[in-house]
Ligand binder design. Sequence first.
Ligand code: DI6
Ligand code: FE
Length: 405
Amino acid sequence: MTADRETTIWRNARLATFVKGAPGLGVVEPGAIVAHGRRIVFAGLEHDARRARNSARIVDCEGRWITPGLIDCHTHLVYAGSRAAEFEARLAGASYEDIARAGGGIASTVRATRAASEDELVRQSLPRLDALLAEGVTTVEIKSGYGLDLATERKMLRAARRLAEGRRVEVRATFLGAHALPPEFAENRAGYVAEVADAMLPALAAEGLVDAVDGFCEGVAFSRQEMRRVFVRAKSLGLPVKLHAEQLSNSGGAALAAEFGALSAEHLEYASEEDAAAMARAGVVATLAPGAFYMLRETKVPPIDLFRRYGVPMAVSTDCNPGTSPMTSLLLALNMAATLFRLTVEECLAGITLNAARALGLEASAGSLEPGKWADLAIWDIERPAELVYRLGFNPLHARVWRGR
Ligand code: DI6
Ligand code: FE
C-alpha cells in the first residue's frame, strides 16, 4: 500500500471540528478521525469509527485535542532585510510617517527585496514560515508587494511557490502590487496603477503565480478609485480579490470590497456600521490583524460588535510583515485578538480555522474536521481549547498533520 492510499485513524482524541452549524467549537468526545490518503473520510465519535480499524494505521492521541490545521490567512512573510533599526528609531520618538519620508518604511524593504536573489529571498523567508508551521499552521497566505516592479513582484511570488515546495504546507499567493507607490512613479500615480492593472497583473496571472489580488486602500497608499481599476482587471481575469481596508482611516475600502464580492477585507479598525452591513450582505470576511494594531499602538479597536450584530465572519491573522507586525506566532495573534479586541475563545479559534479558510476561498477543502476536506490536523497537549488563546509565548503543539501525514 502506498502512503497516498493509506488509511489512518487518530483515536482517543477530543475533537474541535468547527463543522458549520454545530454549536460552539463542534466538540466531539471521545472522538476519532479517519483519513484515507490525503483526505478525511470520517470525523466523529470514536465508537462510530470502529469499522475502519482493521485496515488502518492507528494513532492513539491519549486524550489530546485535535483542531483543524491552523490557517494564517494574511501574511507578507516573503521579504528581504530587517527593519529593526527603524523600530529603534520609533522607540526614540520617530513616527511611521517620519520614517517613510526619510526613505525608510516600506521603501526600505522594497530596496532590500529588489536587491536579493530569489534564492536569498527563499532563504530569508523560510525561518518565518517554519515558525508558523511549528505552531500547527498547515495553510498560509503570502502576499507580494515589496517589489513594486514586474521582475521583483514575480520573484516574490515565485519565492512563495518555492516555499510551498520545500515544506508540507499549502501556500496561497496573493498579488499586492498596489501596496505602495514605488519611487520611480513618485510623480505618476496613474502610471503606476496602470502598470499594476494592465501589465504586472495579467503577466503574473498568466504565469500561474496569482491566487488572489489585494491592495492597500488608504490615504498613504491607494484610493478607492485606484483600487477599483485594479479590481476590475482582477475580475476580468477571473481572480478573487481582497483588500487592506480602513486600517488607519475610513477610506471606503470595505465598501469597495463588498461591491466586488471580495473574499475578505483586512484590518478594519476604522470600519463603520454601513461597512459592516455591506460586508455581511456580500459575504466578505473581516480579517483582523491585532499584531499591527499592537505594534502601531493603535487605539481604535475594529467594530467587533457590529461584525457580530451583522453576522460578518471574523478571521485572525499574524499580518507577518517587517514594518507593522513582525510576528510569526498565530497563537500570539489569538491572545491579542482576545485581549485587545475582546474576541471570545470560540471566535478566536474559528478565526484561524473555518473563517480563515473562507477568507482564502478554501472553505470547501480546509478549515474544519469533516469528510471530504484535507486531512490537515493540529494535535495539542492541552486540557481545554482556551489554552491556545490564553498562554503567551508557549507552544503546546504535539503534532502537525498535513494531507494525512
Ligand atoms: N498594512 C500594513 O500594516 C503593512 N502593509 C499594509 O498594507 C505595512 C507594511 C510595512 O510597513 O512594511
Ligand atoms: Fe497586511
